[in-house]
Design a protein around this ligand. Structure first.
Ligand code: HEC
Length: 139
């Protein structure tokens, strides 16, 4: 069911698409900044499972942007193994994209916001996991 909503929310069926409200600047500011400990977040088995469960349908099981939903999205999911792009992003930008969704960092709304589903530690670990996938460093 969730999948259906996500897909129609960003697919060809524009009419049925509910208005997606980007977070206000205030909401973004209120979010606690990435504290140093979170930068040291560890990638655990749990992180990998979270990625498979919530992210792989779009980003692909290996993060290559080729998940089963990818072809239904108007904007292709980011390939998390592509260092050339991810090197140009800071960890904070990735954190924000995951927490508040694509719109919050000037990217497509097809990238959902996970702040209501995942806590900040989980999101920080996902950022580190993406760094593992791209084998690259933050900007
Ligand atoms: C419904 C499909 C979908 C799901 C599920 C999804 N993403 Fe995305 N994601 C996207 C799309 C599409 C983009 C590309 C947005 C763009 O390029 O404008 C993206 C982009 C991103 C980016 C890059 C933002 C940037 O700077 O371009 C990150 C990081 C990311 N996703 C992480 C995740 C994580 C972590 C999860 C799981 C918790 C996840 N995504 C789940 C569709 C999805």
């Amino acid at each position: 069911m969730l999948l259906t909503i996500l897909v129609t929310g960003c697919g060809e069926n524009e009419q049925a698409r509910p208005a997606i409200k980007p977070p206000t600047q205030q909401e973004v500011k209120q979010a606690s900044p990435l504290v140093p400990q979170q930068k040291l977040a560890q990638v655990t088995e749990n992180t990998r499972q979270t990625y498979q469960w919530y992210c792989a349908q779009c980003h692909g099981m290996k993060g290559k942007g080729d998940g089963i939903n990818a072809k239904f999205l108007t904007v292709p999911p980011r390939n998390h193994t592509k260092a050339e792009y991810l090197e140009t992003r800071t960890d904070e930008q990735l954190f924000e994209a995951i927490k508040f969704g694509g719109l919050s960092v000037g990217r497509a709304p097809c990238m959902p916001a996970w702040g209501h589903t995942l806590n900040e530690d989980a999101i920080a670990s996902l950022v580190q996991y993406i760094r593992e996938l791209c084998q690259c460093e933050a900007l």
